[in-house]
Design a protein around this ligand. Structure first.
Ligand code: NAP
Length: 290
Protein backbone atom coordinates (compact mmCIF):
# COMPACT_ATOMS: atom_id res chain seq x y z
CA UNK A 1 0.00 0.00 0.00
CA UNK A 2 1.52 3.32 -1.09
CA UNK A 3 1.78 6.20 1.40
CA UNK A 4 -0.78 8.99 1.06
CA UNK A 5 0.83 12.21 -0.16
CA UNK A 6 -0.45 15.70 0.58
CA UNK A 7 0.49 18.36 -1.99
CA UNK A 8 0.26 22.12 -1.36
CA UNK A 9 1.12 24.70 -4.05
CA UNK A 10 -0.20 23.73 -7.47
CA UNK A 11 1.41 26.36 -9.70
CA UNK A 12 3.64 26.07 -12.78
CA UNK A 13 5.76 23.41 -11.06
CA UNK A 14 3.51 21.92 -8.39
CA UNK A 15 0.57 20.93 -10.60
CA UNK A 16 2.57 18.72 -13.00
CA UNK A 17 4.60 17.27 -10.10
CA UNK A 18 1.39 16.31 -8.25
CA UNK A 19 -0.03 14.90 -11.49
CA UNK A 20 3.03 12.64 -11.85
CA UNK A 21 2.53 11.36 -8.28
CA UNK A 22 -1.07 10.46 -9.15
CA UNK A 23 0.12 8.73 -12.33
CA UNK A 24 2.58 6.71 -10.22
CA UNK A 25 -0.37 5.45 -8.15
CA UNK A 26 0.01 7.52 -4.96
CA UNK A 27 -3.20 8.50 -3.15
CA UNK A 28 -3.00 12.33 -3.14
CA UNK A 29 -4.63 15.05 -1.04
CA UNK A 30 -4.39 18.43 -2.83
CA UNK A 31 -4.62 22.03 -1.64
CA UNK A 32 -3.86 25.43 -3.21
CA UNK A 33 -4.72 29.06 -2.43
CA UNK A 34 -6.74 29.51 -5.65
CA UNK A 35 -9.07 26.57 -6.18
CA UNK A 36 -8.98 25.95 -9.96
CA UNK A 37 -5.85 23.72 -9.97
CA UNK A 38 -7.28 21.69 -7.05
CA UNK A 39 -10.39 20.93 -9.13
CA UNK A 40 -8.17 19.84 -12.05
CA UNK A 41 -6.33 17.38 -9.82
CA UNK A 42 -9.59 16.08 -8.31
CA UNK A 43 -10.68 15.30 -11.88
CA UNK A 44 -7.51 13.15 -12.13
CA UNK A 45 -8.32 11.27 -8.92
CA UNK A 46 -6.98 13.45 -6.08
CA UNK A 47 -8.89 14.23 -2.89
CA UNK A 48 -9.61 17.88 -2.08
CA UNK A 49 -8.49 19.63 1.12
CA UNK A 50 -9.14 23.18 2.33
CA UNK A 51 -6.18 23.99 4.59
CA UNK A 52 -2.56 22.88 5.09
CA UNK A 53 -3.59 21.53 8.52
CA UNK A 54 -6.25 19.32 6.89
CA UNK A 55 -3.76 18.09 4.27
CA UNK A 56 -1.29 17.14 7.01
CA UNK A 57 -3.86 15.33 9.14
CA UNK A 58 -4.86 13.16 6.14
CA UNK A 59 -1.37 12.40 4.73
CA UNK A 60 1.79 10.41 5.55
CA UNK A 61 4.08 12.65 3.48
CA UNK A 62 3.31 16.33 2.85
CA UNK A 63 4.95 18.23 -0.02
CA UNK A 64 4.97 22.02 -0.55
CA UNK A 65 5.87 23.79 -3.82
CA UNK A 66 5.43 27.49 -2.97
CA UNK A 67 7.03 30.71 -4.25
CA UNK A 68 9.25 32.05 -1.44
CA UNK A 69 10.43 31.71 2.18
CA UNK A 70 7.52 33.68 3.79
CA UNK A 71 4.99 31.52 1.88
CA UNK A 72 6.57 28.32 3.20
CA UNK A 73 6.78 29.74 6.75
CA UNK A 74 3.07 30.63 6.59
CA UNK A 75 1.90 27.31 5.17
CA UNK A 76 4.18 25.18 7.36
CA UNK A 77 4.07 27.03 10.70
CA UNK A 78 1.20 29.58 10.46
CA UNK A 79 -2.32 29.30 11.83
CA UNK A 80 -4.02 26.29 10.27
CA UNK A 81 -0.58 25.26 8.99
CA UNK A 82 0.95 21.83 8.36
CA UNK A 83 2.48 21.78 11.84
CA UNK A 84 -1.01 21.83 13.40
CA UNK A 85 -2.12 18.69 11.56
CA UNK A 86 1.06 16.63 11.16
CA UNK A 87 1.20 13.21 12.84
CA UNK A 88 4.28 11.77 14.57
CA UNK A 89 6.24 9.68 12.05
CA UNK A 90 5.04 11.74 9.08
CA UNK A 91 7.46 13.54 6.76
CA UNK A 92 7.24 17.10 5.49
CA UNK A 93 9.13 17.75 2.22
CA UNK A 94 9.58 21.32 1.01
CA UNK A 95 10.48 21.36 -2.71
CA UNK A 96 10.27 25.17 -3.10
CA UNK A 97 13.45 27.25 -3.43
CA UNK A 98 13.82 29.06 -0.10
CA UNK A 99 16.42 30.14 2.48
CA UNK A 100 18.55 27.32 3.98
CA UNK A 101 18.60 29.18 7.30
CA UNK A 102 14.77 29.32 7.48
CA UNK A 103 14.67 25.67 6.36
CA UNK A 104 16.72 24.56 9.39
CA UNK A 105 14.45 26.57 11.69
CA UNK A 106 11.31 24.99 10.22
CA UNK A 107 12.83 21.47 10.39
CA UNK A 108 13.50 22.01 14.10
CA UNK A 109 9.82 22.84 14.74
CA UNK A 110 8.71 19.64 12.99
CA UNK A 111 11.23 17.57 14.97
CA UNK A 112 9.54 18.81 18.17
CA UNK A 113 6.30 17.23 16.86
CA UNK A 114 8.00 13.86 16.20
CA UNK A 115 8.00 14.48 12.44
CA UNK A 116 10.91 14.87 10.00
CA UNK A 117 11.50 17.47 7.29
CA UNK A 118 13.47 17.20 4.05
CA UNK A 119 14.43 20.17 1.86
CA UNK A 120 14.31 19.02 -1.75
CA UNK A 121 14.48 21.93 -4.21
CA UNK A 122 14.51 21.16 -7.90
CA UNK A 123 16.10 22.21 -11.16
CA UNK A 124 14.79 21.52 -14.64
CA UNK A 125 11.90 23.97 -15.00
CA UNK A 126 8.33 23.40 -16.10
CA UNK A 127 9.41 20.92 -18.80
CA UNK A 128 11.27 18.83 -16.20
CA UNK A 129 8.22 18.95 -13.94
CA UNK A 130 5.89 17.79 -16.72
CA UNK A 131 8.22 15.03 -17.95
CA UNK A 132 9.20 13.87 -14.43
CA UNK A 133 12.86 14.56 -15.23
CA UNK A 134 13.62 17.11 -12.50
CA UNK A 135 16.99 17.21 -10.75
CA UNK A 136 16.24 16.98 -7.03
CA UNK A 137 18.80 17.96 -4.37
CA UNK A 138 17.95 16.74 -0.90
CA UNK A 139 18.85 17.78 2.65
CA UNK A 140 17.76 16.13 5.92
CA UNK A 141 18.27 12.73 7.53
CA UNK A 142 19.58 10.10 5.11
CA UNK A 143 17.17 7.37 6.31
CA UNK A 144 14.24 9.73 5.71
CA UNK A 145 15.63 10.43 2.22
CA UNK A 146 15.74 6.67 1.55
CA UNK A 147 12.12 6.28 2.68
CA UNK A 148 11.05 9.09 0.31
CA UNK A 149 13.22 8.09 -2.68
CA UNK A 150 10.38 6.30 -4.58
CA UNK A 151 8.31 9.50 -4.23
CA UNK A 152 11.15 11.59 -5.67
CA UNK A 153 11.59 9.04 -8.48
CA UNK A 154 8.00 9.68 -9.57
CA UNK A 155 8.92 13.36 -10.17
CA UNK A 156 12.59 13.41 -11.14
CA UNK A 157 15.64 11.67 -12.61
CA UNK A 158 18.86 12.99 -11.07
CA UNK A 159 18.08 12.66 -7.36
CA UNK A 160 21.02 13.37 -5.06
CA UNK A 161 21.22 13.20 -1.27
CA UNK A 162 23.47 16.08 -0.24
CA UNK A 163 23.58 16.13 3.57
CA UNK A 164 21.92 17.49 6.72
CA UNK A 165 18.90 19.83 6.83
CA UNK A 166 19.37 22.88 4.59
CA UNK A 167 22.00 21.17 2.38
CA UNK A 168 19.50 20.83 -0.48
CA UNK A 169 18.75 24.56 -0.39
CA UNK A 170 22.48 25.42 -0.25
CA UNK A 171 22.94 23.26 -3.39
CA UNK A 172 20.10 25.09 -5.13
CA UNK A 173 21.70 28.45 -4.22
CA UNK A 174 24.97 27.19 -5.80
CA UNK A 175 23.00 26.20 -8.90
CA UNK A 176 21.41 29.63 -9.18
CA UNK A 177 24.77 31.40 -8.77
CA UNK A 178 26.19 29.47 -11.74
CA UNK A 179 23.04 30.00 -13.82
CA UNK A 180 22.83 33.77 -13.26
CA UNK A 181 26.53 34.50 -13.75
CA UNK A 182 26.62 32.33 -16.88
CA UNK A 183 23.66 34.25 -18.31
CA UNK A 184 25.72 37.40 -17.73
CA UNK A 185 28.76 35.84 -19.44
CA UNK A 186 26.78 34.63 -22.46
CA UNK A 187 25.06 38.03 -22.77
CA UNK A 188 28.38 39.91 -22.70
CA UNK A 189 30.02 37.57 -25.22
CA UNK A 190 27.16 37.73 -27.75
CA UNK A 191 26.88 41.51 -27.40
CA UNK A 192 30.64 41.87 -27.95
CA UNK A 193 30.42 39.73 -31.09
CA UNK A 194 27.61 41.88 -32.44
CA UNK A 195 29.30 45.20 -31.66
CA UNK A 196 32.56 43.93 -33.16
CA UNK A 197 30.72 43.29 -36.42
CA UNK A 198 30.88 39.50 -36.14
CA UNK A 199 27.81 37.26 -36.61
CA UNK A 200 26.75 36.28 -33.05
CA UNK A 201 24.89 33.21 -34.35
CA UNK A 202 28.15 31.83 -35.79
CA UNK A 203 30.01 32.74 -32.60
CA UNK A 204 27.49 30.71 -30.58
CA UNK A 205 27.76 27.80 -33.02
CA UNK A 206 31.56 27.79 -32.79
CA UNK A 207 31.65 28.07 -29.00
CA UNK A 208 29.12 25.25 -28.52
CA UNK A 209 31.83 22.82 -29.71
CA UNK A 210 34.49 24.03 -27.27
CA UNK A 211 35.32 24.55 -23.60
CA UNK A 212 32.79 27.41 -23.23
CA UNK A 213 29.95 25.04 -24.15
CA UNK A 214 27.00 25.11 -21.76
CA UNK A 215 23.24 24.59 -21.79
CA UNK A 216 22.88 28.30 -21.09
CA UNK A 217 24.97 29.21 -24.15
CA UNK A 218 22.85 26.74 -26.12
CA UNK A 219 19.29 27.49 -24.94
CA UNK A 220 19.53 31.06 -23.67
CA UNK A 221 22.06 31.97 -26.37
CA UNK A 222 19.34 31.07 -28.88
CA UNK A 223 16.74 33.12 -26.97
CA UNK A 224 19.12 36.10 -26.99
CA UNK A 225 19.79 35.82 -30.72
CA UNK A 226 16.03 35.70 -31.34
CA UNK A 227 15.29 38.37 -28.66
CA UNK A 228 12.70 35.89 -27.34
CA UNK A 229 12.33 36.62 -23.64
CA UNK A 230 8.97 34.93 -22.96
CA UNK A 231 9.34 32.90 -19.73
CA UNK A 232 10.65 30.18 -18.94
CA UNK A 233 12.08 31.04 -15.56
CA UNK A 234 11.06 34.54 -14.58
CA UNK A 235 13.66 37.23 -13.83
CA UNK A 236 11.95 38.06 -10.51
CA UNK A 237 12.38 34.44 -9.33
CA UNK A 238 16.04 34.56 -10.38
CA UNK A 239 16.40 37.73 -8.28
CA UNK A 240 14.77 35.96 -5.29
CA UNK A 241 17.20 33.04 -5.64
CA UNK A 242 20.24 35.35 -5.84
CA UNK A 243 19.02 37.11 -2.69
CA UNK A 244 18.90 33.70 -0.96
CA UNK A 245 22.46 32.98 -2.17
CA UNK A 246 23.71 36.35 -0.86
CA UNK A 247 21.97 35.85 2.51
CA UNK A 248 23.59 32.42 2.77
CA UNK A 249 26.98 33.90 1.89
CA UNK A 250 26.53 36.57 4.54
CA UNK A 251 25.49 34.03 7.18
CA UNK A 252 28.49 31.79 6.43
CA UNK A 253 31.21 34.34 5.59
CA UNK A 254 31.55 33.25 1.95
CA UNK A 255 32.47 36.23 -0.27
CA UNK A 256 30.33 36.24 -3.43
CA UNK A 257 31.63 39.13 -5.55
CA UNK A 258 30.16 38.03 -8.90
CA UNK A 259 26.84 37.08 -7.31
CA UNK A 260 26.68 40.58 -5.77
CA UNK A 261 27.19 42.14 -9.17
CA UNK A 262 24.66 40.01 -11.04
CA UNK A 263 22.14 40.43 -8.17
CA UNK A 264 22.41 44.20 -8.61
CA UNK A 265 21.82 43.82 -12.34
CA UNK A 266 18.76 41.59 -11.87
CA UNK A 267 17.44 44.14 -9.30
CA UNK A 268 17.71 46.84 -11.97
CA UNK A 269 16.04 44.62 -14.58
CA UNK A 270 13.12 43.86 -12.25
CA UNK A 271 12.84 47.54 -11.15
CA UNK A 272 12.55 48.49 -14.83
CA UNK A 273 9.41 46.33 -15.00
CA UNK A 274 10.94 43.28 -16.71
CA UNK A 275 10.52 40.85 -13.79
CA UNK A 276 7.97 38.74 -15.65
CA UNK A 277 10.36 38.16 -18.58
CA UNK A 278 12.67 35.15 -18.80
CA UNK A 279 15.93 35.51 -16.84
CA UNK A 280 17.84 35.55 -20.14
CA UNK A 281 16.38 39.08 -20.54
CA UNK A 282 19.42 40.23 -18.54
CA UNK A 283 20.87 40.67 -22.05
CA UNK A 284 18.45 43.59 -22.59
CA UNK A 285 20.06 45.47 -19.72
CA UNK A 286 23.52 45.09 -21.28
CA UNK A 287 22.26 45.94 -24.75
CA UNK A 288 20.57 49.12 -23.51
CA UNK A 289 23.59 50.24 -21.42
CA UNK A 290 25.67 53.09 -22.80
P1 NAP B 1 3.95 29.54 -9.01
O1 NAP B 1 3.53 29.16 -10.40
O2 NAP B 1 3.80 30.95 -8.56
O3 NAP B 1 3.15 28.55 -8.01
C1 NAP B 1 3.06 28.74 -6.64
C2 NAP B 1 1.75 28.13 -6.15
O4 NAP B 1 1.68 28.25 -4.74
C3 NAP B 1 0.51 28.85 -6.72
O5 NAP B 1 -0.39 27.87 -7.22
C4 NAP B 1 -0.06 29.56 -5.51
O6 NAP B 1 -1.46 29.68 -5.51
C5 NAP B 1 0.37 28.64 -4.39
N1 NAP B 1 0.37 29.32 -3.09
C6 NAP B 1 1.01 30.47 -2.76
N2 NAP B 1 0.78 30.77 -1.48
C7 NAP B 1 -0.04 29.80 -0.98
C8 NAP B 1 -0.65 29.57 0.27
N3 NAP B 1 -0.46 30.41 1.29
N4 NAP B 1 -1.41 28.46 0.43
C9 NAP B 1 -1.62 27.61 -0.60
N5 NAP B 1 -1.07 27.78 -1.84
C10 NAP B 1 -0.29 28.87 -2.02
O7 NAP B 1 5.48 29.17 -8.77
P2 NAP B 1 6.35 27.99 -9.46
O8 NAP B 1 6.98 28.49 -10.71
O9 NAP B 1 5.56 26.72 -9.47
O10 NAP B 1 7.55 27.89 -8.39
C11 NAP B 1 7.42 27.24 -7.14
C12 NAP B 1 8.81 27.12 -6.52
O11 NAP B 1 9.65 26.33 -7.37
C13 NAP B 1 9.54 28.47 -6.33
O12 NAP B 1 10.25 28.46 -5.12
C14 NAP B 1 10.48 28.52 -7.53
O13 NAP B 1 11.64 29.32 -7.27
C15 NAP B 1 10.83 27.05 -7.69
N6 NAP B 1 11.26 26.66 -9.05
C16 NAP B 1 10.58 27.12 -10.13
C17 NAP B 1 11.02 26.74 -11.41
C18 NAP B 1 10.30 27.24 -12.66
O14 NAP B 1 10.84 27.07 -13.75
N7 NAP B 1 9.12 27.83 -12.54
C19 NAP B 1 12.12 25.89 -11.56
C20 NAP B 1 12.77 25.41 -10.41
C21 NAP B 1 12.32 25.80 -9.17
P3 NAP B 1 -2.26 30.83 -6.34
O15 NAP B 1 -2.82 30.11 -7.52
O16 NAP B 1 -3.31 31.32 -5.41
O17 NAP B 1 -1.25 31.90 -6.69
Amino acid sequence: MKETIGFIGLGIMGKPMATNLLKAGYPLVAHNRSRAPVKELVALGAQEAFSPQEVASRSDVIITMLPDTPDVELVALGEGGIIEGIRPGSVYIDMSTISPVATRRIAEEFRKKGAEMLDAPVSGGQVGAINATLSIMVGGKEEVFRRCLPIFQAMGKNIVYIGESGAGQVTKACNQIIVAITIGAVSEALLLAERAGVDPARVREALLGGFAQSRILDLHGKRILERNFAPGFKARLQLKDLRIALETGEATGAPLPLTNLVHEQFSTLVAKGDGELDHSALFKLYEEAK
